[in-house]
Design a protein around this ligand. Structure first.
Ligand code: GLV
Ligand code: MN
Ligand code: MN
Ligand code: MN
Length: 382
C-alpha cells in the first residue's frame, strides 16, 4: 500500500483521475520512481530501444521469466490500471528468493494509447506489431510527433521498432492487472481470452462559417453527421452483440459561434468490431452526404482475439485454485502472447469501474493478488 501511496500525487489531473501519458512528465516521474524502487531491490534497470524498462534480477535472459505492466493512464484514469501490476511485481521480488532462471520486471511504454492513439505502444513496437515509420509519425493532440516526444524523453526514435534481442529473452510473461468489469467474485482470477478490439477515426469535413449569419439551408455542418454516427454506434453495437464507444469527439476549430469545418470522432469497438465499423461507415457516409459533407474513416489500431497459453492457464488455475475469466480490456500481455507463453492474473474489482477515477480494489484483494503472483513466479522459476 505504501508503494501505491508513493504514486498517489503523480500526474493527478485537476478534475480528478490521472493524466500519465507516453513520454510526458508524469510518466517520466513514474518511471524514475520505478528505477529507484527496482534499485532498492537489487535489480539493474535497462531501457530498451522502445523505451520499455527492464529491471533484471541477475544476468539478463535467455528464457527469462518476465512480469510487469504499465505506468501510464487513460485521460482521467484510476490508480490501479497499470501500476497495480508493477507494484505487485516489485513486492513479489521483495518476498521471493532470487530465482535460478533469468528474471525481470518490465514496464511498458504508453499502454493506453492516451497520447498517440495506438494502445500497447511499447509492446507493439517491441514485437514489430507496429511499424516504426508509422509510429514515428503519430501525433498527439498538440501536434507533437511520437518521434519528437521520444527524443525529448531520451529514447532515440531512429532505433524504435522490433527488438529481436530484447524479445528473444522473454521465456514466459505474466501480467497482473486489476479486473476492469464485474467478472470476478473471488479475489484473484486467471485470464483466458482478450476479445478482439480496434480504434477507428471518423473525420467529417464540412464548411466552417458564422453561426449567426449562415442560414440553415446554406450550412455544411459536420457536427450533424457526427452526431448521427454517435447515436448509430449504440444501435449497431446492440444488434451485432459488440461493445462500441465514442469517447472522444473534437470539432475544429472549436468555437461556440463557429460552425465547425471538421469534426473528428474516435470509435473504440470490441467483439465483432469490424461488423460495427462496416455498418457504421454506411450510416456516417449517408449522413455526411445529406449535409453536403465528406467523410474519411481510418483504422488506427486493430488486435484480433487472443487466447492465453492453455498449458500455462491450467498450471495457474491448479496452483491457485482460481477461476478463469475473459476480458474486454486490452493488455500488453495480449500482444506478447504471440511470442511467448503468456498469462494474466486479475485482482477483483468490487464496483466494476475502471478507466475512471473511481476505479478501486480492496487492500485484502491486492494482498491476495501479490500472494498469487509470488506463488506463480516461484513456481515458474523452478
Ligand atoms: C486498455 O486498457 C484498453 O483496453 O483500452
Ligand atoms: Mn487501461
Ligand atoms: Mn492496463
Ligand atoms: Mn464577429
Amino acid at each position: 500500500m505504501s508503494l501505491l501511496d508513493d504514486l498517489a500525487d503523480v500526474g493527478r489531473a485537476p478534475g480528478g483521475g490521472y493524466a500519465r501519458h507516453g513520454f510526458d512528465r508524469a510518466e517520466a516521474e513514474m518511471r524514475d520512481w520505478f528505477r529507484e524502487q527496482a534499485g532498492r531491490r537489487g535489480l539493474d534497470v535497462e531501457t530498451d530501444r522502445n523505451g520499455n524498462l527492464w529491471a533484471w534480477w541477475g544476468t539478463p535472459g535467455p528464457d527469462a521469466l518476465v512480469t510487469g505492466s504499465h505506468l501510464d493512464s487513460v485521460p482521467g484514469g484510476g490508480a490501479f490500471d497499470g501500476p497495480l501490476g508493477v507494484i505487485s511485481a516489485l513486492e513479489a521480488v521483495s518476498r521471493m528468493d532470487r530465482p535460478a532462471r533469468p528474471f525481470a520486471v518490465i514496464v511498458f511504454t504508453e499502454e493506453e494509447g492516451g497520447r498517440f492513439g495506438v494502445p500497447c505502444l511499447g509492446s507493439r513496437l517491441l514485437t514489430g506489431a507496429l511499424a516504426p515509420d508509422r509510429a514515428r509519425a503519430l501525433r498527439d493532440a498538440d501536434g507533437v510527433t511520437l518521434a519528437e516526444a521520444a527524443a525529448s524523453a531520451g529514447v532515440d526514435p531512429v532505433h524504435i521498432g522490433r527488438d529481436e534481442e530484447a524479445l528473444s529473452r522473454i521465456g514466459t510473461f505474466v501480467e497482473l492487472h486489476v479486473e476492469q468489469g464485474r467478472g470476478l467474485d473471488v479475489p484473484v482470477g486467471v485470464g483466458s481470452t482478450v476479445i478482439e478490439h480496434g480504434r477507428w477515426r471518423f473525420s467529417f469535413m464540412g464548411e466552417g462559417n458564422h453561426a449567426g449569419t449562415t442560414v440553415l439551408g446554406d450550412r455544411h455542418d459536420p457536427m450533424l453527421p457526427a452526431a448521427e454516427t454517435v447515436l448509430a454506434t449504440r444501435r449497431i453495437a446492440s444488434t451485432v452483440d459488440a461493445r462500441a464507444t465514442v469517447g472522444r469527439l473534437v470539432p475544429h476549430p472549436g468555437g461556440t459561434n463557429v460552425i465547425p469545418s471538421t469534426v473528428d470522432l474516435w470509435l473504440d469497438a470490441r467483439g465483432h468490431s469490424r461488423d460495427v465499423v462496416a455498418e457504421l461507415t454506411g450510416v456516417a457516409e449517408r449522413a455526411a452526404a445529406a449535409e453536403g459533407c465528406t467523410l474519411t474513416v481510418t483504422e488506427e489500431s486493430y488486435s484480433g482475439t487472443v487466447t492465453f497459453d492453455p498449458t500455462l492457464r491450467d498450471r495457474l488455475t491448479d496452483l491457485l485454485g482460481a477461476p478463469e475469466l475473459p476480458t474486454g480490456a486490452g493488455h500488453d500481455a495480449a500482444v506478447l502472447a504471440a511470442h511467448a507463453p503468456t498469462a494474466m492474473l486479475y485482482v477483483r474489482n468490487p464496483t466494476g469501474i475502471s478507466h475512471a477515477p473511481e476505479e478501486f480494489a480492496e487492500d485484502t484483494d491486492i494482498e491476495a493478488g501479490v500472494v498469487a503472483l509470488t506463488r506463480v513466479l516461484e513456481s515458474l522459476s523452478r
